[in-house]
Ligand binder design. Structure first.
Ligand code: PAF
Length: 311
């Protein structure tokens, strides 16, 4: 198997560090990074994986030109939701008819993209693992969760096998992984979690676990998640868990984690607000559902983003 990871951010580096441990001897793993400087740094130094007090350095093969790559079996697309389209254009040369392309984004906006002209077969994944990027290629595993993988369009045996092998590698790496026949419900469950956690942590500048104790936050989280649940129900999406309980459980499991949105704000990077709370607001409008809490969160995060330019 030849795995290719696109997007060495927090989740990408975490998956690489863990999969490097779970791979079979004949498996290969390449990290593709359009940023040549970062690709060179990673290939010189390796990926640093930190978990509690333990730290490991993992050598990594990188590339910054997709044309130079040997054929790949599975592409793990770990870029931010707003970078999906550009990344697909960038990796088009290696997305062949036999390639499995696994989308691992927060939010829901990547589901609406068509295949952008590539030939690969699409699968989707969602994870509640907590990961913090401490520097280029330096990740802290900040909390464990569950990873679900699956197809929206039923695949043939070839792609089923590729997804199974990927899941097996992740399981050997120590992650809790399942292949589900209802990935849409899992993506929505994760969306509820991100709706409840990310914008609140970003605007309150707090760790995930603090959302459970800060005064008045519980009510806001419940309202944001409930608005999202109404939107899901209007689209006949049934999730097997209570969305608010699920968000609170992830706060507990990843209590010490800085959410991806707060990491973005602290680094003055664009956030995924449009793919998370923003997507809920847009879908709600189509169904005539009002979303005061999500409107407020979107506004507050956009205001934070607007301050970047002023230094
Ligand atoms: O975006 C994030 O930070 C993560 O999806 C999660 C699970 C909320 C943990 O921080």
């Amino acid at each position: 198997m030849h795995y290719l990871l696109v997007g060495p951010g927090a989740l990408g580096c975490l998956l690489y560090a863990l999969m490097a441990k779970g791979m079979h001897q004949n498996d290969r793993f390449t990290v593709l990074d359009y940023n040549r400087e970062r690709a060179e740094l990673l290939s010189r130094r390796g990926v640093i994986y930190q978990c509690g007090a333990a730290e490991r350095l993992l050598p990594v093969t990188t590339a910054s030109d997709p044309e130079t790559l040997e054929p790949v079996d599975v592409v793990l697309l770990c870029v931010k939701s707003y970078d999906v389209k550009n990344s697909l254009d960038f990796c088009a040369p290696i997305l062949g008819e036999k390639t499995l392309l696994l989308f691992l984004q927060n939010g829901i906006s990547h589901l609406e993209l068509d295949t952008c002209g590539h030939k690969a077969y699409q699968a989707y994944g969602t994870t509640t693992e907590g990961a913090t990027l401490l520097g280029p290629g330096h990740v802290r595993h900040a909390g464990s969760g569950t990873t679900s993988l699956g197809f929206i369009t039923p695949p043939d045996e070839h792609f089923k096998n590729l997804l199974q092998k990927t899941a097996d590698t992740l399981t050997r790496s120590g992650l809790q992984v399942n292949i589900t026949g209802d990935i849409l419900a899992r993506i929505w469950t994760k969306l509820f979690i991100n709706v409840g956690i990310n914008a609140l942590t970003a605007t309150l500048n707090c760790k995930n676990g603090e959302l459970l104790t800060l005064p008045g936050v519980d009510k806001r989280m419940r309202a944001a998640v409930e608005e999202a649940r109404l939107v899901a129900a209007a689209q006949d999406i049934i999730v097997p868990v209570d969305p608010f309980d699920a968000a609170r459980q992830v706060c507990r499991n990843t209590a010490g984690n800085i959410s991806s949105m707060l990491q973005d704000v602290r680094k003055k990077r664009r956030t995924e607000i449009d793919a998370i709370n923003g997507a809920i607001v847009l879908m709600a409008r189509e169904h005539g559902i009002s979303t005061p809490e999500n409107d407020r969160l979107v506004k507050q995060v956009k205001e934070l983003e607007a301050t970047y330019e002023n230094g």
